[in-house]
Design a protein around this ligand. Structure first.
Ligand code: UD1
Length: 328
């Protein structure tokens, strides 16, 4: 029995591989290394280079390793890029997932865990969103993930497979043991960008929009530590293997921080007062996205251990410093 982790060389996937290997699971990583790094794959896992949408390859991996569960991280994740290049997102996210799901069904895989996103909700208002909130994605990225959620629901109704969809809010931080972290040099997400400015590797940080209907006018997000996020996946896998029904769950803490609050935290943690430039809104960005996370807590018994923005930023900064020594 083995778990196939697609995108296991990427940011979140590599943390999941660590979590599974720490628990003694047999893990196979499938990654095409377009955005991931082979050095970030835990050596306890078997690495297969290739595309998650390559049905022949996936069929061979499933049969050879007796895969009973797939955790599907591989995909593209940048909201504004999806607005500029929607077909990339419908290819890498929707079409690839479709092929992977078909290979899973044909190969007799029992459980499928899918990385979805809070972007499926769009601008749901300032209140936290529950899983019952109507889906209204505002970007091709959000729509590409929503379509995969729909496919999974239809496929699980027709075939003997159960699934878990986890809708991630804003994932940040790094492995507390410093074995992995956000390593993409041009990652565009806020905490990474602010840290690069704090470490003198960028001139400034832009605030994309100061006229949102939020308390300080900047975008509000629910930042979740990557280690808490992968813990939810591990609990979900246990639940599905134990006969749990297919489910969809938000993964966030249920509280939001504005862009200004995040920048202030990065300044406080780093001790560097880097330059901040107010800019117009970015395409596809909702004002506020905060999770209602009762379901993951109640059904899986998930108890976050790192729900603290200062801890999240500190972990990310330590990883950034480590990367700088690695790249020297
Ligand atoms: C992020 C994820 C997305 C995920 C979503 C879930 C990335 C690249 N994207 O999107 O995959 O589905 O969370 O909620 O990780 N901002 C600035 N200046 C910057 C960068 C960002 O002001 O230089 C602002 C944005 O406008 C936004 C907030 O910071 O209000 C967070 O942006 P970002 O970190 O890019 O993540 P999301 O777009 O929310």
């Amino acid at each position: 029995m083995a778990v196939l982790v697609t995108g296991g060389a990427g940011y979140i996937g590599s943390h999941m591989v660590l979590r599974l290997a720490d628990a003694g699971e047999s893990v196979v990583v499938l990654d095409n290394l377009t955005t991931g790094f082979d050095w970030s794959i835990d050596p306890r896992a078997t690495f297969v280079a290739g595309n998650a949408g390559d049905m022949d390859l996936v069929a061979r991996v499933i049969a050879e390793h007796k895969v009973d569960a797939i955790v599907h991280f591989a995909g593209s994740i940048v909201v504004p890029e999806s607005v500029a290049d929607p077909l990339k997102y419908y290819g890498n996210n929707t079409a690839t997932s479709r092929n992977l799901i078909e290979a899973a069904v044909k190969g007799g895989v029992k459980h499928f865990i899918f990385s979805s996103t809070s972007a499926v909700y769009g601008s749901a208002g300032l209140e936290p969103v529950s899983e019952e909130t109507r889906l209204a994605p505002e970007s091709p990225y959000g729509r590409s993930k929503m379509m995969t959620e729909m496919m999974l629901s239809d496929v699980a109704a027709a075939h003997p497979i159960t699934y878990g969809v986890l809708r991630y809010f804003n994932v940040a931080g790094a492995d507390p043991k410093q074995r992995s972290g956000q390593s993409a040099p041009n990652a565009s997400h806020l905490i990474k960008v602010a840290l690069l400015a704090a470490l003198g590797r960028r001139a400034d940080v832009g605030i994309f929009g100061t006229d949102f209907p939020t308390p300080d006018g900047t975008g509000v997000r629910d930042y979740i530590h990557v280690t808490d996020l992968v813990e939810a996946h591990a609990l979900l896998l246990q639940y599905l293997r134990g006969g749990g029904r297919s489910t969809t769950m938000n993964c966030g803490y249920g509280r939001g921080y504005s862009v200004r609050q995040v920048i202030d935290t990065v300044k406080a943690v780093s001790g560097v007062d880097f330059k901040v430039v107010e800019q117009p809104r970015r395409a596809g960005d909702p004002a506020s996205v905060v999770a209602k996370s009762d379901r993951v807590r109640q059904v899986l018994g998930w108890r976050p251990a790192h729900d603290d923005l200062t801890e999240i930023v500190t972990a990310a900064m330590n990883w950034e410093r480590y990367l700088a020594t690695r790249n020297r």
